[in-house]
Design a protein around this ligand. Structure first.
Ligand code: NAP
Length: 372
């Protein structure tokens, strides 16, 4: 029986992974072993079956006994443990949500509705390291997969509106703390029908600039504001989040001629859904109905939203999409720059398709591969 080790199962990504695996009845036909970096001997997650106490995630000998290791623990863990396992001659499969190994030559970035053939070729050629992609990149590819597959994208610019969840649990809490501080500061004005919006605005602005607003994790107010910077700077002037757009898209698709992908990544006060506004330069003037069909027919999770107000505000918002696997694409239209320029907008749950779901699916693909 296969032995599968899970590390990082109680973090943000790991918890969503456990929820999804439980919902899809993924536990079975293999022995799940749960690891921890902080609570050796403690109790693992409730997966509806008996499991042994938590094992030490830094114990290379125990990890070496696994056929597959699935980790959502983070980059520091991967940096420390992965090389030690390789040195020990471990020959199992490593499945990871952290970015550490994404650009390695011997790893594949996984998003099987989009790059199943790349994954299959990797398995056949003996590649053992499979890594989930950056959430924004994965969600862009889920949204526009049909158009990418057509070969008609010359370049693409993605302007992002990224949720607090992408920065982790502590940041999600801080966003709500900020909202709560703003609500407290303005409560008397909200409750008084005679107060004016200008007074309310002055009160909110004062609170946003007050040293009392909690900003330890974001470094700035996010509620009632936004932060146009995510991750660290690169020499190109991009942030690392922006750099990943080009690097990861082309690696996921294994493009022969790399497609330029660039834009600005912006943190906004959504909880767990990333949105993106696209400018797409096509290499020919395709009719909009043809583009719509390509997008719609790409896979079962993409949903085309008509470019109309009612449908857009109902179906194309983080509030509508959060917690679902649906990736809606809308605001589809030709742009004034010319007939080859197309605008589109998309939303997607960054903890599902942006993180946990590709990991869950590659785990099952590897299990099937091993049992073939
Ligand atoms: P996280 O929530 O910080 O969890 C990572 C680990 O922190 C947990 O496995 C847990 O390890 C430990 N931990 C300490 N205190 C905790 C607490 N109060 N609650 C839960 N866990 C606690 O990290 P994450 O956001 O899931 O990210 C994991 C990896 O996935 C990172 O490399 C990240 O870059 C990547 N990723 C994240 C996202 C995202 O949306 N967050 C998207 C794509 C990729 P122990 O149980 O061993 O103590």
């Amino acid at each position: 029986m296969l032995r599968i080790g899970f590390v990082g199962w109680r973090g943000m990504v790991g918890s969503v992974l456990m929820e999804r695996m439980f919902a899809e009845h993924d536990f079975g036909n293999y022995e799940p072993i749960f690891f921890t970096t902080s609570n050796v001997g403690g109790k693992g997650p409730d997966i509806g079956q008996e499991i042994p106490p938590l094992k030490d995630a830094y114990n290379i000998e125990t990890l070496s006994e696994m056929d597959i290791i699935v980790t959502c623990q983070g980059g520091d863990f991967t940096k420390r443990v992965y090389p030690e396992l390789q040195e020990e001659g471990w020959s199992g499969y490593w499945i990871d949500s952290a970015s550490t190994l994404r650009m390695n030559d011997d790893s594949i970035i996984v998003l099987d509705p989009v790059n199943k053939s790349v994954i299959e070729a990797g398995l056949s050629s003996g590649i053992k390291t499979y890594v989930g992609g950056n959430c924004t990149v994965s969600l862009m590819l889920m949204a526009l997969s049909g158009l990418f597959a057509s070969g008609h994208i010359e370049w693409i610019s993605s302007m992002t509106y990224q949720a607090a969840s992408g920065a982790g649990a502590k940041n999600m809490i801080e966003l709500v703390q900020q909202m709560s501080a703003l609500a407290d500061a303005s409560k008397d004005l909200i409750d008084n029908p005679a107060s004016s919006a200008i007074e309310l605005d002055a009160r909110i602005t004062q609170k946003l600039r007050s040293p009392a607003l909690p900003v330890a994790h974001f470094g700035a107010p996010l509620a009632a504001s936004l932060i146009p910077w995510i991750d660290r700077p690169m020499d190109s002037g991009q942030t690392r989040e922006e750099w990943k757009g080009y690097a990861e898209t082309n690696k996921i698709l294994q493009t022969e001629k790399p497609i330029p992908v660039d834009g600005l990544c912006v943190r906004i006060g959504a909880m767990r859904c990333h949105s993106q506004g696209f400018t797409i330069k096509l290499n020919k003037d395709l009719p909009l109905d043809e583009i719509s069909s390509m997008l719609r027919e790409a896979h079962e999770w993409v949903e085309l939203v008509p470019n109309e107000r009612a449908a857009t505000i109902k179906d194309l918002t983080p509030a509508a999409v959060s917690g679902t696997l649906t990736v809606p694409v809308g605001r589809l239209r030709k742009m004034l720059m010319g007939p080859e320029y197309v605008a589109a907008f998309s939303c997607g749950d960054q903890l599902l398709w942006g993180a946990a779901e590709p990991i869950r699916r590659i785990m099952n693909i590897v299990i099937n591969h091993l049992s073939d």
